[in-house]
Structures are given as structure tokens and as C-alpha cells.
Design a protein around this ligand. Sequence first.
Ligand code: CA
Length: 234
Amino acid sequence: MAMPEKHILIVEDEVALREMLAFGLQRAGYRVTESGDCAAARAAIADSRPDLLLLDWMLPDMSGLEFARALRRDDATRELPIIMLTARAAEDDKVSGLQSGADDYITKPFSARELAARIEALLRRSGDHEEKLIAGAIEMNTVNHRVAIAGKEIALGPTEYRLLKFFMTHPERVFSRSQLLDRVWSGVYVEERTVDVHIRRLRRVLEDHACEHYVETVRGSGYRFSPQAQSNGR
Ligand code: CA
């Protein structure tokens, strides 16, 4: 479910891809502006402050990375949510993409569903609604730490709570065990199989409410939280 009237600026020089993205986002209820390079994007940002930037990595006048860095240095755009579009899957690029100040990145080719989920999650994180997270049937209040599924309150241990919160703010994306350790257990030394233990506990709680399929195992890679996934009737 898209938040209507949010304004997204797409900075992408491949016309066909840009038009496809614009079409999909408009259909999802967003207002969309398009730019083919950083100079045009700069003018568009000054003109009408967008709520979120979809920024391609490879652009004709300046790299998306440099542009993101420049936006972060400017007080007017320091907080502007940015998702980098990249054709490069190398780990180094992802890291430098985030260091440049992008909030998230998505590697081409990506599905419309994946992109929509990232945009919604980022807008939610950066907006005024972050005290309440919603994913599928799950509702989380991050102020009083109450979690409900289909309106019924559920009890979670502190680690399961943090894990679920992380998943709900980063949907439709695969995380390895070590990435989850970094992001959810930050700094505390635990073994990778600890992740599996807590995933299992989280799933058991979700199972009571027929939502265990939200937490998908991606073989050889890790886990993905996919609240739009269909139950396969297990
Ligand atoms: Ca490009």
C-alpha cells in the first residue's frame, strides 16, 4: 500500500528504464519527476523538494555516488532519503554506496515489488510514522514495544523483537547470518547459529498466527522477510 502524494525523483539516464519506473510508481500512487542527469536533478530538487530520490549509479555528468555525497553536504538536502540503483553487485560497491550517504541500494535487475517495498520502508523510516510499523498482518509499536498480529497482541523475547523490527524496516531483502549479526546483535559476539535459534523462535510465534512464511529461508544465502509472500500451505 503506497502512501499517496509522496513525491519521488528518478535520476536515471536510461530512458526506457526511467519511464518504466515512473509508470510503476505513478500507478502505485506516487507523484514522480524524472531527470536524466545530475544537473537536471539538482534543478528539480531546488524546484520542488522530493520526498525520496531514486538515484542511478552511472550517470553521464557525474556519478550517482558523487551526487549523493554532494547532497549530504548541503543542509537543504542532508536528510533527503536516497535509494541508489546499481548494476554492480560487488560488495565493495554496496559499502561505498552506503558510505556516500545513500540510505539504501537496489541492484539491477530488481522487481517492481522489491523496489516498492524498499521505497515504502524508507519513507516510513524517514517520515513521521516510525513509531508504528506495519508489515502484512503484523503491527509493531516501537514506543511501547507492543506487537500484534491481526489485532491480537503477541509476546516476543527482546532478541526476537529486535529481529522482527529489523525485518519490518528492511523487507524483501536477503540478509546473511553475519549481516544479521552485525545489524541486530551489533557488536556483541555471538555465533552465526545463534541467528538460526532466534529465527526459529520468531517463526514459532508467527506460526501461531499463520505468518511464519513471512520469514523466508534463502538457501545458501540467509533470510528474507517478505510480508507479501503467499503461504504455501505448510
Ligand atoms: Ca545509467
